[in-house]
Design a protein around this ligand. Structure first.
Ligand code: PEP
Ligand code: MG
Length: 880
């Protein structure tokens, strides 16, 4: 087994593709050393395989020999030896995992110093420099390898500065450093009951072991969980000969980007420090200078660096970030990697590199360089800085919001009318709250998941939302987050992209997409044309118009129950659903019919020429009724308003143990046929009116929550009959289909497909029912622990469960098309806007995805990426 590779060894594949084996840093050091011949201090990489073997079974057999062999090679090459009292070789030992985990794992610098070699370093450099390097090494080694708290050293260093009467570490003179080193060694001895290790080979082995072990440190584990990096990859370790940027004023160190990572502007960008080591730049002890200032201080090096940047960009065909050191007027490259960038920069760089013949990205490659998160950043405001988080919940609707907290929809509305910015804070929301949600800058709840009412509505309207923040205790006029109490009218900031709640008003950056946004999305549309369409879930004409402006190619789900929210309409729907006499029902339905027809007409106009899928009513009844707790409390207190008496009685009568599994969807349509008939009539009339006005309405009637073919057959007959009586002799462009949102419907899709022109997978309910996870309850209380414990890889309400729910989507599509080869198939659950899920849907052969209007641009990009990946074009594009 080979565990160790020198930077310049010859590989059968380009080294930069070997990140799984060499880690990102090791692969790029090898690429710079071998393929590009750049000035990289020589060294070698101990592979991730050595780390995983170590973590499984302890120090791998043969690894000592391999390291010794490579150390000998390095010594021969450098003409110096580790620990040599005359002219010592010093090395750095750095972690380097496959995926960058900045600052999460450990590094030891200046390894090889001991009481003797420090003399050698003195003779090569000067006494102060050598002693300063030694004290740095003892501290780093002590802290990282021996586990001694850093403050033990820092305290003594501070005393030394005081004793010397100087402000910075770099000014502490040699004689005081000598005393300090003695103290540092005493600290080590006191902690480990053994002297500071003097043997360089032993230092090296212990440092490598410490870096391996740091893969399992709690902060590294937490980082990987957050970033979804698998825990079994291990880290590589890079051992590299040291170069010193802190040798003299003809030395320095810096970080450089080949382009501006914030804006994407062309031209080198970064900063550097004269006479400093990398850690000084990170620690921010002295103010850095902009990279451009190098051109005055080190003009030749500046030119050399620009030339290297240019070569790196042409070689990697991407924007890179680098770390470099200047030692006595000589430039060394210590690291490079593809640079992280903001959304705006990602868009600019992708387009610029496609248009630049020297780099010549293909459009397909450019599309793969931009992510949904990048688009989110330019579509939604973000916070300028972070702040202490007092509560965390699910990131339900992206963007940043600042406002005063109010705890009821009515108070939120009043405050809005007074001109205040409002954050509506509720335990959970229901249709009764929408008038307050609508005017709020943000929504915060302590209960509910990513497909709860609050989440779905906020996302649909583009209002930032954090939901299911379980630790918050939300009362009537204040909420408690740990010890902090936030009262009505006080200001908070919420980050709907991160799921964070912060106190006070954070500074916001309002973002506007750069011109390249449209270019990239235009390219995305070309790629996915004829493969995977993107529609929007929209319930009003305003939503429809917005969705269209974002590039939606139709409406994939119009939730008609959402059209009846708000204080005026909700009571009428309630009357229709809860009516106790046919006359009462008839009257309420007539009222609804009028409203509904007008709504449909506006929506069809906004989406003229494009398909509009209207779902007949699917209200989980509990969302439409006063909560039983409120009813009981009001009854006990004798405060039931006279006009609500009937409603309260109905709330008791219609109460269900599992409302999500009760009187919903097609079942409601069966027991209250008048409701569905009214809706179909209103829709047919609206479509006819649009035709009369010269429009081209394309109507799709969708039946929710079907489990059996007979239900759909029954409803199909009803719809056709109703359309025929409403518009005799005037054919409408109308198709009839169903949602597939129960496992039975997916399994029996071949029967159901006989009566359907289209299927739309409702993956919110399909996930709920496949897992048996309540979509309102499981995420808040259980999901966090499940994800932390690794019991589920992802929250299945966020990213579709490819193996289970995805299987039902594949199978349902295939079986449905067996019955009806022309069956159009889409998805309209919240997963329709999630890039990873979109790939699963693309693989399953779906015709379109449908998501909230604000998510449409992300879905257009993700759909194109999915088409490229599923078609194998992504690989072809990235290995060109
Ligand atoms: C679904 O279940 O995925 C769906 C789109 O319907 P709703 O969220 O309205 O239940
Ligand atoms: Mg549903």
């Amino acid at each position: 087994m080979t565990y160790v590779y020198s930077f310049d060894h010859s590989h059968d594949r380009p080294a930069k593709e070997l990140a799984a084996l060499l880690g990102g840093k090791g692969a790029n050091l090898a690429e710079m050393s071998s393929a590009l011949g750049l000035p990289v201090p020589p060294g070698f990489t101990i592979s991730t395989e050595a780390c995983t073997a170590y973590l499984k079974e302890g120090w791998p057999a043969g690894l000592d020999d391999e390291i010794a062999h490579h150390v000998a090679q390095l010594e021969a090459r450098m003409g110096r030896q580790l620990g040599d009292p005359a002219s010592p070789l010093l090395v750095s030992v750095r972690s380097g995992a496959r995926f960058s985990m900045p600052g999460m794992m450990d590094t030891v610098l200046n390894l090889g110093l001991n009481d003797e070699s420090v003399e050698g370093l003195t003779s090569q450099t000067d006494r102060r420099f050598a002693l300063d390097s030694y004290r740095r090494f003892i501290k780093m080694y002590g802290r990282i390898v021996l586990g001694i708290p850093g403050e033990e050293f820092d305290r003594r260093l501070e005393d030394a500065r005081e004793l010397a009467g100087v402000a910075t570490d770099g000014e502490v003179p040699a004689d005081i450093l000598e005393g300090l080193i003695k103290q540092f060694k005493d600290v080590v001895e006191a902690h480990t009951k053994a002297p500071f290790p003097q043997e360089p080979q032993a230092q090296l082995r212990a440092a490598v072991e410490a870096v391996f072990s740091s893969w399992r440190s709690p902060r590294a584990v937490a980082y990987r969980t957050r970033e979804r990096i698998p825990h079994d990859l291990g880290t590589a370790v890079n051992v590299q000969s040291m170069v010193f940027g802190n040798r003299d004023d003809n030395s320095g160190t810096g970080v450089g980007f080949t382009r501006n990572p914030a804006t994407g502007e062309a031209g080198a960008y970064g900063d550097f420090l004269v006479n400093a080591q990398g850690e000084d730049v990170v620690a921010g002890i002295r103010a850095t200078e902009p990279l451009s200032a190098l051109s005055e201080r080190f003009p030749a090096i500046y030119d050399q660096l620009l030339d290297i940047f240019d070569r790196l960009e042409r070689h990697y065909r991407d924007m890179l970030d680098t770390e470099f050191t200047i030692e006595r007027g000589r430039l060394w490259m210590l690291q490079t990697r593809v640079g992280k960038r903001t959304g705006a920069a990602a868009l600019r760089i992708a387009v610029a590199m496609t248009n630049d013949p020297r780099i010549g990205l293909s459009r397909e490659e450019a599309l793969l360089r931009v992510s949904g998160e990048h688009l989110d950043q330019v579509l939604h405001p973000t916070f300028e800085h972070t702040a202490q988080v007092v509560g965390r919940g699910l990131p339900a609707s992206p963007g940043a919001a600042v406002g005063k907290v109010y705890f009821t929809a009515d108070k939120a509305l009043d405050a809005h009318n007074r001109g205040e910015d409002v954050i509506l804070v509720r335990v959970e929301t229901s249709p009764e709250d929408v008038h307050g949600m609508e005017v709020s800058k943000g929504v915060l709840t302590s209960r509910g998941g990513l497909v709860s009412h609050a989440a779905v509505v906020a996302r649909g309207w583009g209002i930032p939302a954090v939901v299911g923040a379980e630790q918050l205790e939300i009362g009537d006029r204040s909420f408690k987050a740990g010890d902090v109490v936030v009262s009505e009218g006080e200001t908070i900031s919420i980050d709907g992209s991160a799921g964070a709640v912060m106190l006070g008003a954070l500074e916001m950056v309002d973002t506007a997409p750069p011109a390249e946004f449209d270019t990239i999305l235009g390219w995305a549309d070309e790629v996915r044309a004829g493969n995977l369409g993107v529609r929007a879930n929209a319930d009003t004409a305003a939503d429809a118009a917005r969705a269209r402006s974002y590039g939606a190619e139709g409406i994939g789900l119009c939730r008609t129950e959402h059209m009846f929210l708000g204080p005026e309409r909700l009571p009428v729907v309630r009357r229709a659903i809860l009516a106790s006499t046919p006359q009462e029902e008839e009257q309420a339905l007539a009222e609804l019919g009028k409203l509904q027809r007008a709504d449909f007409e506006e929506i069809l106009e906004a989406m003229d020429g494009l398909p509009v899928t209207v779902r007949l009513l699917d209200p989980p009844l509990h969302e439409f009724l006063p909560s039983l707790e409120d009813v009981l409390a009001a009854e006990a207190a004798g405060t039931v308003p006279e006009e609500d008496r009937k409603l309260y009685e109905a709330a008791r009568e219609w109460r269900e143990q599992n409302p999500m599994l009760g009187t919903r969807g097609v079942r409601l349509g069966v027991i209250r046929p008048g409701l569905y008939r009214m809706q179909v009539r209103a829709l047919a009339q609206a479509a006819a009116a649009r035709v009369a006005a010269g429009g081209h309405p394309k109507v799709e009637v969708m039946i929710p929550l079907v489990v059996a073919a007979a239900e759909l057959a029954h409803m199909r007959q009803m719809v056709e009959a109703e359309v025929a009586t409403t518009q005799p002799g005037r054919p409408l462009d109308l198709s009839i289909g169903t949602m597939i949102e129960t496992p039975r419907a997916a399994l029996r899709a071949e029967d159901i497909g006989q009566f359907a022109d289209f299927f739309s997978f409702g993956t919110n309910d399909l996930t709920q029912l496949t897992f048996g996870f309540s979509r309102d309850d499981v995420e808040g209380r259980i999901m966090g622990t499940y994800l932390d414990e690794g019991l589920l890889p992802r929250n299945p309400f966020e990213t579709v469960d490819a193996a289970g729910v995805g299987e039902l989507v594949r199978l349902g599509t295939e079986r449905g098309r067996r019955a009806n080869p022309r069956l159009k198939v889409g998805v309209c659950g919240e997963h329709g806007g999630d890039p990873e899920s979109i790939r699963v849907f693309c693989e399953a052969g779906l015709d379109y995805v449908s998501c909230s209007p604000f998510r449409v641009p992300v879905a257009r990009l993700a759909a194109a990426q999915a088409v490229l990946m599923v078609g194998g074009m992504a690989e072809a594009a990235s290995t060109r």
